[in-house]
Design a protein around this ligand. Structure first.
Ligand code: SF4
Ligand code: SF4
Length: 396
């Protein structure tokens, strides 16, 4: 296993982390026996970063039961505050103490604001005293590192990075998302500021383990011995980037732990060769060949006076066409509704300001209409209403 050093406190973090949200279930409850096999296998392979969240049903309890069997000091526990549920200052302690109980521990090593979407959501939680609260928790040793996880645009991400003296952050990143969400520019920005960057969705919800056959053929021709799986190719792209600290993978069998750990144990000192960079670019083009909008995510059309996140809207529309309705909708929901202000396509008033700046000459207004039709479905609207009720957000 390779390890990367957290520049803030010298923690040695395994390059591969265990994302615990995908543990298998028996009926409606976590299959604890299998979850423990996976966690044990992870520790045996040298993985020392376990990622959980308050809202993943049963996960903190499952991890807590396992760690109580003598493994607590072998891993760094990461878990996340559901800040969107917080309605008063006392809620901060209430959720945190419940998480300590569930995890059967007296401290959280890496504690995140879950899915901060924009500055508005940070300002909202600040009014409940989150900064002073986090400082006090760190001083008492109950929180060792305080950070945030993020879905949204690169610009929002950079503003959030600058908004507080964070200890670390977590972004969605993989070879398809090189220029979407926080993207490579966000990764480098955070890293230059000295933040360890934790990566989620390295396989884009498993999609990069099962890519189109033309893309598979490119990898197979490049590596005729087929010594790597397509998932390992996706991980390799991340492991080769020195700004990446930990890559989380939602493994749910010991076999997956072994496969991914073997990829995380290769030598990545020299990074990707020029031939490999070209290979990834061709594979990306094939996967993106199914796209609906040729948006490169450059952001020249931004900001929109109505707050529409144009590149994010187009990225989600492309996801809908290349990876299916569910993936597109899920991404669109996460990226456009979790901030205080919605960034959805339906807010567009067709002023046309953005189109003058688009180097791809995309008919942005028309395409946003398509986004609204295809992605702002009844299911999206229900989910948005629910998030508004539980999160007290004021979407427009
Ligand atoms: S046309 Fe729509 S998306 Fe473009 S700037 Fe105007 S309101 Fe924003
Ligand atoms: S300017 Fe065009 S290509 Fe660039 S992000 Fe906006 S819509 Fe996409």
């Amino acid at each position: 296993m390779n390890y990367r050093v957290n520049p803030k406190n010298n923690d040695r973090l395994s390059l591969l982390g265990l994302g615990c949200m995908r543990f298998t279930k028996k009926g409606t409850v976590i299959d604890q026996e299998n979850a423990e096999r996976v966690m044990l296998s992870a520790i045996e392979q040298g993985i020392n970063y376990f990622d959980c969240a308050y809202i993943y049903p049963g996960i903190e309890v499952s991890v807590g039961k396992f760690l109580a069997k003598g493994y607590r000091d072998k891993v760094h526990i990461a878990t996340k505050l559901p800040h969107y549920f917080v309605k008063r200052p006392g809620d901060l302690d209430r959720y945190f103490n419940e998480q300590l109980r569930r995890l059967q521990t007296d401290r959280i090593d890496y504690y995140l604001m879950h899915m901060l979407g924009d500055m508005g959501s940070w300002e909202r939680i600040r009014q409940y005293g989150i900064e002073e609260w986090a400082e006090a928790k760190k001083a008492s040793g109950q929180i060792r590192n305080f950070g945030f996880s993020f879905h949204g645009s690169s610009e929002s991400f950079k503003k959030l990075v600058d908004a507080y003296d964070w200890d670390f952050c977590m972004i969605q990143y993989n070879y398809i998302d090189e220029t979407s969400q926080a993207g490579v520019s966000g990764l480098r920005y955070a890293s230059e500021k000295g933040l360890p960057v934790i990566i989620m969705e390295p396989l884009r919800g498993g999609r990069l383990a099962n890519i189109p056959s033309e893309a598979k053929a490119l990898f197979d021709r490049f590596d005729t011995s087929r010594s790597r799986t397509y998932a390992q190719w996706a991980l390799r792209w991340l492991f080769c980037q020195k700004e990446v600290t930990v890559v989380l993978s939602g493994m749910n069998t010991p076999g997956q732990v072994l496969e991914n750990s073997s990829a995380a144990s290769e030598d990545y000192q020299s990074g990707l060769s020029d031939e490999e960079k070209e290979l990834y670019s061709k594979v990306r083009d094939i996967i993106r060949g199914k796209v609906k909008v040729p948006c490169t995510g450059c952001g020249y059309c931004m900001p929109c006076p109505r707050g529409v996140d144009i590149p994010v809207c187009f990225n989600c529309l492309n996801t809908r066409y290349s990876e299916g309705w569910y993936m597109g909708m899920k991404e669109y929901f996460m990226c456009t509704t979790l901030g205080v202000d919605s960034t959805a396509a339906s807010k567009c008033i067709k002023c046309g300001k953005c189109e003058q700046h688009c180097p791809q000459e995309i008919e942005i207004r028309n395409m946003l209409e398509l986004v609204t039709r295809k992605l702002e479905t009844p299911a999206y609207k229900v989910a948005k209403r629910v998030s508004k009720i539980i999160g007290y957000y004021k979407h427009q």
